[in-house]
Design a protein around this ligand. Structure first.
Ligand SMILES: Cc1cc2nc3c(=O)[nH]c(=O)nc-3n(C[C@H](O)[C@H](O)[C@H](O)COP(=O)(O)OP(=O)(O)OC[C@H]3O[C@@H](n4cnc5c(N)ncnc54)[C@H](O)[C@@H]3O)c2cc1C
Ligand SMILES: NC(=O)c1ccc[n+]([C@@H]2O[C@H](COP(=O)([O-])OP(=O)(O)OC[C@H]3O[C@@H](n4cnc5c(N)ncnc54)[C@H](O)[C@@H]3O)[C@@H](O)[C@H]2O)c1
Length: 482
């Protein structure tokens, strides 16, 4: 590493701000391209995903879904004699988040050859990042080639009357809590709401879910929200759609919270969780010093370069660009960005053609998503409505998964649905959706088919094993051809 003569800034090829899964992946690809990298992190190496989102939420859901699965199998159900043990679930959760200690992940980053700089990073003009350390000291860094913003997102909580007094949970308390509240009101109808309602009901809370829209998981096919609402209700969750929260209060700090609804009704609960979306971590990262508006999602081109910044040195990957707020999709963008930075550093030009090495094409055509509630919901690509809006001529094929032998062997009275959306001009899949127990691991087959543009004639030759749930593909293909 060298330093600039005028202000002793440390010079690296690449500076990555934010060491969540996305920043870590940029680092890995940049190192693979032979570039030196500084990784700036203000909190925990591993980000929201490792400590307060994907990992702990799935750790809390797994025992709940495992017990629900066993209860659906005659013979096995007799072995389920009690409820989920929250202490065991919390202990397992604590283990998988390494007790919120990031030394293992930090060591992995330095083992890759990165310089880890602890502190809050802010852009200071072109290719420069000032890092304010935990002790308040400023450390200046400068990049030869690129700065990559991977600062992620935080919970968005609406500014309702009484919100502060109510001390609501957000995704952090919903994933790191050590106690099961007697009752919990969950506000929202997206992924965090349905997963956390599933988890906390299974852990023993009485959960009420309040969604302001008419459906849950409204970005997926409409039948998904219906099936998930049915599953939540079966597990005991009180699901209410078309319900607007107007104010909250908790007059006694140790007492219950009151949630007031439009129309005048009130609900009382031990805790209230806002699962109402995300806000980008861009309000205090020096965007104004490079001509961008603080607090906004960062608009990027195909290779993840931030639009509106001259010179193409500023990149943004992960939640912060708002393409798809998912770890795997952010890591995909990170791989593309890392490869692009490496190619440009070698003096090569970029391949930003559709599905090219430096284009995030999958962000637009093949984003896979799984919600790990009970039942699981999984989709990739376009819904039927999205395909129609985009002007495709389509055939939509639906099947009842309960008729698939692998499914009815998996669970008695298996309840699930699948849909594929076929492009009638290209004869390939635009989107696939599954909802039902155990469908999460089916999804990658659909992702390969959608991203690969595999024709329906060739897909007819992809034989799913008997009797797996994957035979749903055969049912879909037969329904399509017949
Ligand atoms: C409850 C919940 C469950 C989820 N489950 C899933 C799931 O199962 N699967 C999935 O794919 N996605 C899931 N997501 C979404 C997933 O968590 C995000 O898409 C993912 O964390 C994005 O990764 P990231 O690296 O962009 O950001 P983050 O994980 O948010 O990491 C950003 C990092 O940047 C650091 N940082 C921020 N600002 C600065 C600064 N100025 N200087 C230095 N460091 C900074 C932060 O401290 C943080 O460590 C879930 C989200 C939630 C809320
Ligand atoms: N398994 C997974 O992959 C997984 C799990 C959870 C979350 N995530 C991702 O994390 C991101 C955040 O999830 P999320 O569920 O918080 O956001 P979301 O955007 O998916 O859903 C937000 C919900 O809150 C509602 N809402 C928004 N403002 C509101 C208000 N003022 N009052 C009442 N309701 C309001 C919306 O109508 C919507 O139902 C999503 O992009 C999601 O994909 C992924």
């Amino acid at each position: 590493m060298e330093t600039t003569p005028h202000d002793n800034a440390d010079v690296h090829d690449v500076i990555v701000v934010g060491a969540g899964p996305v920043g870590q992946t940029v680092l890995e690809r940049a190192r693979a391209a032979g570039l030196s990298v500084a990784l700036v992190e203000r909190e925990l190496v591993g980000g929201e995903c490792s400590y307060w989102a994907c990992i702990p939420s799935k750790a809390l859901l797994r025992p709940v879904v495992a017990v629900a699965d066993a209860r659906r199998v005659e013979g096995a159900s007799a072995a389920v004699t009690g409820t989920v043990d929250p202490r065991g679930a919390f202990a397992r959760r604590d283990r998988v988040v390494a007790d919120w200690n990031d030394s293992g992940q930090a060591d992995n980053m330095t083992a890759l050859g990165a310089t880890l700089v602890r502190g809050h990073g802010r852009l200071v003009g072109e290719r420069r990042v000032a890092v304010e350390g935990p002790d308040g000291a400023q450390h200046m860094t400068e990049a030869r080639h690129a700065v990559v913003v991977c600062t992620g997102s935080g919970a968005f909580v609406p500014d309702l009357p009484g919100i502060e007094e109510a001390r609501p949970w957000n995704n952090r308390r919903a994933t790191d809590s050590e106690q099961v509240p007697g009752s919990l009101v969950v506000i929202g109808g997206g992924g965090v709401a349905v997963e956390m309602a599933s988890a906390w009901q299974g852990l023993g809370a009485r959960v009420t879910l309040l969604a302001r829209g008419s459906a849950l998981l409204s970005r997926m096919e409409p039948f998904v929200g219906e099936e998930v609402a049915h599953g939540l209700a079966e597990s005991g969750v009180d699901v209410r759609t078309n319900t607007d929260v107007v104010s909250l209060s908790r007059p006694d700090p140790d007492g219950p919270v009151t949630v007031r609804l439009a129309g005048g009704a009130e609900l009382e609960a031990d805790e209230v969780l806002f699962a109402t979306g995300r806000t980008p971590h861009t309000d205090d990262i020096g965007l104004d010093t490079v001509g961008l508006a603080p607090g906004t999602w960062l608009d990027i081109d195909d290779a993840c370069r931030v639009r509106g910044v001259d010179g193409g040195w500023l990149y943004a990957a992960g939640d912060v660009n708002h393409h798809a707020l998912l770890t795997h999709q952010g890591k995909y963008q990170a791989r593309i960005a890392g490869e692009a930075i490496g190619a440009l550093a070698r003096g090569e030009s970029l391949d930003t053609a559709v599905w090219g090495a430096h284009a995030t094409t999958a962000d637009f055509q093949a984003v896979p998503q799984v919600f790990f509630c009970d039942p699981e919901a999984a989709s990739v690509g376009l819904t039927a409505a999205e395909a129609e809006r985009a002007g495709h001529r389509t055939k939509v094929v639906d099947v009842d998964m309960g008729a698939v032998p692998g499914a009815y062997l998996y669970a008695d009275g298996y309840r699930g649905r699948a849909r594929m959306v076929v492009d009638l001009d290209g004869h390939h899949l635009l989107g696939v959706t599954f909802v039902g127990p155990g469908v999460a691991e089916l999804l990658h087959s659909a992702t390969v088919a959608v991203a690969g543009g595999i024709t329906m004639d060739r897909l007819w030759h992809a034989v799913p094993c008997f009797p797996t749930i994957s035979e749903v593909w055969l049912h879909l293909m037969k329904a399509y051809r017949d």
